[in-house]
Design a protein around this ligand. Structure first.
Ligand code: GAR
Length: 212
């Protein structure tokens, strides 16, 4: 089985979804740039190897990224999955993992890259919001999209209610995207992702609903 490296910085709920995905946990390694990340405890409880590399003990971004790449490469991963890894990665790092570095982002990209996605979605009055798994390119929260999931934005939504509805879908689509990649179902065509054998039923979603 090919190895999977998961990078986290905090809570680790998407990491947990990946740990529970059925992919063998002895092929997984979790790396955190934050020694206090709650996700580290979760990973240990699942018996998954963990590594802490505190970015604060490095003089600059490039030096940290080189050390991080060394740790990752020692695991010989087929895929590196960013799961709430809240650091901007240097272009050199991103290029080194081109085509095998995935991220999950809490918006329907290319809408709302960056932070505060749920508050911005509410402020804009969008009717549908969601999350995206994409391959990472040097441009922040941008790159070939693997899968997206959408939720309706409800009239009484707060940032928290919307975030929690989106997060539930994050936990479904990230394991799916990783499984597709590990199973060799992902192809790049003209810099876009094509998934073979996705089993999609092609259903459509409207919000608010349309009259019959
Ligand atoms: C998730 O909502 C993830 O989509 C987001 O951070 C949260 C991490 O939660 N990632 C980004 O905003 C990356 N641009 P988690 O640690 O519980 O998975």
């Amino acid at each position: 089985m090919k190895s999977l490296v998961i990078l986290i910085s905090g809570r680790g709920s998407n990491m947990q979804a990946l740990l529970e995905s059925g992919y063998p946990r002895d092929c997984m390694t979790v790396i955190s740039n934050n020694p206090n990340a709650a996700g580290l405890e979760i990973a240990k409880n699942y018996g998954v190897a963990t590594i802490v590399l505190d970015h604060r003990s490095f003089p600059d971004r490039e030096t940290f990224d080189v050390a991080l790449a060394e740790k990752i490469d020692a695991c010989k991963p087929k895929l590196v999955a960013l799961a709430g890894f809240m650091r901007i990665l240097s272009d050199r790092f991103v290029q080194h993992y081109q085509g095998r570095l995935m991220n999950i982002h809490p918006s329907l990209l290319p809408a709302f890259p960056g932070l505060g996605t749920h508050a911005r979605a509410l402020q804009e009055g969008v009717k549908i919001h969601g999350c995206t798994v994409h391959f990472v390119t040097p441009k922040l929260d941008h790159g070939p999209i693997v899968i997206q999931a959408a939720v309706p934005v409800l009239p009484d939504d707060t940032e928290q209610t919307l975030a929690s509805r989106v997060l539930q879908l994050e936990h479904r689509i990230y394991p799916q995207a990783v499984r597709w990649f590990m199973d060799g179902c992902i192809q790049f065509i003209d810099n876009r992702v094509e998934v073979t054998n996705s089993g999609s039923d092609g259903m459509m979603l409207y919000s608010p609903g349309l009259p019959e």
